[in-house]
Design a protein around this ligand. Structure first.
Ligand code: PBG
Length: 322
């Protein structure tokens, strides 16, 4: 007698039954759209390594955000690209800085759209590292002070959530303390807790003008070889007061998303980064991939791995397609 077989195809035979039994889905309300603010007026400049993504002056960004919200996206992640950089990253915590002005203007015109701000110094330092330096080294504690100051300036402008991406130790505790002291106990922290030193950030560094002038970020970002460390840094962020944590990049790190999902009960975001976007766009432009199918499958994979929220350059497009 032949061994008994199971007929899996019974449950795959129509769209309706597949939809009924789908274990995971990508919901536009759980997607976060990253956006870039630049100085100037009337500017909307395409990022060459991220076709379809733009750096916008505040006026254009405000108009664009109305469309993002109308599409059904509930949250944006804002990056500021200042005109002037210096050793102390002073534009990062300038109350009149580009991201602070963008936050205030978007809040005024689209009050229900949640604004998350990226808190880091790399776009603001003249050397492009994520902190202030002494003797060629990024100084942890001096940087943390400036990050806390930056976060407070974002909160004062109207940010709902601040997202430190610098990878300095102790930044979440310092940011929490300073926010509370300044009267912003209601502003949440989304910690880029598990952020790897990744080649997949390449296109972003053109967008944010944040390529380190020398060396790399391996002295502060995580080693791609490690996964146990991800559990430890996520736990530390939680103890320091993070409200939400993030794993980044996403698709090459699905095992890490799963591992952190299982080790922490905090809401978990995964960031489909610029290089992940660029790979899909480049292949699609060459006719090598079905663009929409590849986007959907990549996002579904990130959800399946355990991410609650996904930060993706495709957020608004997905919301419009639904
Ligand atoms: C800032 C920051 C980076 C990204 C988000 N915040 C770049 C980096 O660490 O070099 C990457 C985002 C992307 O690639 O889409 N530190």
């Amino acid at each position: 007698m032949n061994p008994p077989i199971q007929r899996f195809r019974r449950l795959r035979k129509s769209v309706a039954i597949r939809q009924l039994l789908a274990e995971h889905s990508v919901d536009a309300q759980k997607l976060i759209q990253p956006l870039f603010a630049i100085e100037g007026v009337g500017l909307e400049n395409e990022i060459s390594a991220m076709p379809g993504q733009f750096r916008r002056s505040v006026d254009r960004l405000v108009d664009h955000c109305k469309g993002v919200a109308d599409a059904g996206i509930g949250a944006v992640l804002l990056f500021g690209v200042p005109a002037k950089k210096d050793a102390a990253a002073s534009a990062a915590y300038d109350p009149g800085g580009v991201v602070q002005r963008a936050v205030a203007a978007i809040k005024e015109s689209t009050p229900d759209l949640l604004i998350i701000t990226d808190v880091c110094l790399c776009s603001y330092t003249d050397h492009g590292h994520c902190g202030v330096r002494r003797d060629g080294q990024v100084e942890n504690d001096a940087t943390v002070e400036l990050l806390a100051r930056t976060a407070v300036s974002h909160a004062r402008a109207g940010a709902d959530i601040v997202a430190p991406s610098d990878m300095m130790d102790g930044r979440v505790a310092a940011i929490r303390a300073e926010l509370d002291r300044a009267g912003f106990a209601g502003v949440a922290i989304l910690s880029y807790a598990v952020k790897y030193a990744s080649a997949f950030y390449g296109p972003f560094r053109e967008a944010a003008d944040s390529t380190p002038q020398d060396g790399d970020r391996r002295g502060y970002q995580m080693d791609p070889a490690n996964v146990r460390e991800a559990v430890r840094v996520a736990a530390a962020a939680e103890m320091e007061g993070a409200d939400m944590i993030m794993v980044k990049p996403a698709l090459p790190y699905l095992d890490v998303v799963r591992r952190v999902r299982e080790s922490s009960s905090l809401p978990l975001a995964a960031y489909q980064v610029s290089g992940e976007y660029a790979m899909i766009e480049a292949a699609a432009r060459n006719g090598w991939l079905n663009r929409e199918a590849a986007i959907d499958e990549s996002l579904l994979a990130i959800r399946r791995a355990g991410a609650d929220m996904i930060i993706t350059y495709y957020a608004t497009e997905i919301a419009r397609r639904r």
